[in-house]
Write a protein that binds this ligand. Structure first.
Ligand SMILES: C[S@@+](CC[C@H](N)C(=O)[O-])C[C@H]1O[C@@H](n2cnc3c(N)ncnc32)[C@H](O)[C@@H]1O
Length: 337
């Protein structure tokens, strides 16, 4: 091969970019895990030999990670590479790192197994394996960057002393909600042990074990229990699509009123199925989100379908925020009808 291979015809360039993008997506997640992304964010330059010696990481593998990131202009590297700096694409990649992590670490096994999972006869025996720890870490970053700013805005108009967060994942939101006032008590509910482990560590690190209780429960099958009785605010983020299909969603929303008899406010935030965008126009995340849920046979409602269940479920839309990234996302502020 000669240097001429760098001047590829347009179609071949698309193809090479697709390949390089797949490598760079995995590299971005690994770079975040080993602390390299944060160092790039905080410093003018990262000295690769110094970084790999200090973090006990494999020098050549870290160099390849940086080269993969440089192929998408996320970093700029020297010839070694022994020095790496932020590239023009760094800030956006850093802001959206949770999407990459969700895809490669959280859902990687689904894609490795995709051939089996698309064959009707073979998929029946296969477990749909996702990494709940990685998904909770990814969602923490996605939520902090994209859902928490509009959420804080809505919270300013809501008084509460006890809050329950359903599908609490990493526990980040329940900590944020508890930290708003020293008198607040909070309950985080999740079904996945991996998520509850991450949440437990976060609650301990925040010194909030006296005010935050973590419970393993199935949000789709909840019954009243003493811990739930006092919650005036119920929040549920990035799992509302699990309530669907429609009849189940209506029942789950109705049941929340019985499970939380004092629940005067429900804040529900999620990403919907896209409408009217296709092919090269698909935005960040949408393609991965919809593909993964199709593989898992999990229905994703559109925004209009969400609107259509509110009244029927005994709730009223008091306020809302529509979110641009992830595209087709919302936060509803619901109150009992
Ligand atoms: C995509 S993550 C979102 C985590 C968190 N709410 C956030 O915003 O970062 C969805 C979470 O819902 C939990 N979950 C899914 N189905 C559930 C169910 N039926 N009952 C309780 N938790 C559930 C998952 O284990 C996971 O932690």
């Amino acid at each position: 091969m000669t240097a001429a291979t760098t001047h590829l015809p347009k179609e071949a360039r698309y193809c090479a970019d697709t390949f390089n993008g797949a490598v760079a997506a995995a590299a971005l997640s690994a770079a975040w895990d080993i602390g390299l992304l944060d160092e790039l964010a905080d410093r003018d330059a990262v000295d690769v030999p110094e970084f790999t010696a200090r973090t006990r990481t494999h020098p050549e593998a870290v160099r390849r990670i940086l080269v993969a990131l440089s192929s998408r202009r996320i970093v700029v590297v020297d010839a070694g590479p022994n020095l790496a700096r932020r590239g023009p694409g760094f800030d956006e990649a850093f802001r959206t790192r949770g999407f990459f992590y969700w895809l490669t670490r959280g859902c990687g096994e689904l894609f490795t197994d995709l051939t089996t999972l698309v064959r009707t006869d073979e998929r029946a025996d296969r477990q749909m394996r996702r990494d709940s720890r990685a998904i909770s870490v990814a969602c923490r970053s996605i939520a902090r960057n994209f859902f928490d700013p509009p959420l804080r805005d809505l919270l300013d108009g809501i008084d509460y002393t006890t809050v329950a967060d359903l599908g609490c994942g990493s526990g980040d939101r329940i900590i944020m909600l508890a930290e708003r006032q020293p008198a607040i008590r909070a309950i985080g509910v999740d079904i996945a042990p991996g998520a509850l482990t991450v949440a437990g560590e976060a609650v301990r690190d925040a010194n909030l074990t006296d005010r935050i209780t973590l419970l393993r429960d199935d949000v789709l099958n909840m019954s009243p229990r003493p811990e739930y009785a006092d919650a005036e605010l119920v929040t549920c983020f990035l799992m509302g699509h699990d309530f669907w299909p429609r009849d189940n969603c209506v029942k789950t929303l109705q049941k929340l009123r019985e499970t939380f008899p004092n629940g005067r406010n429900l804040l529900l935030g999620d990403t919907c199925r896209s409408v009217g965008v296709e092919g090269p126009d698909l935005p960040m995340f949408t393609l991965g989100f919809e593909t993964v849920h199709a593989i898992m046979d999990q229905y994703l409602p559109t925004l209009d379908e969400w609107y259509s269940v509110i009244d029927e479920s005994g709730w009223r839309l008091a306020d809302q925020r529509l979110i641009e990234l992830p595209a087709f996302s919302f936060i509803f502020h619901l109150t009992p009808a």
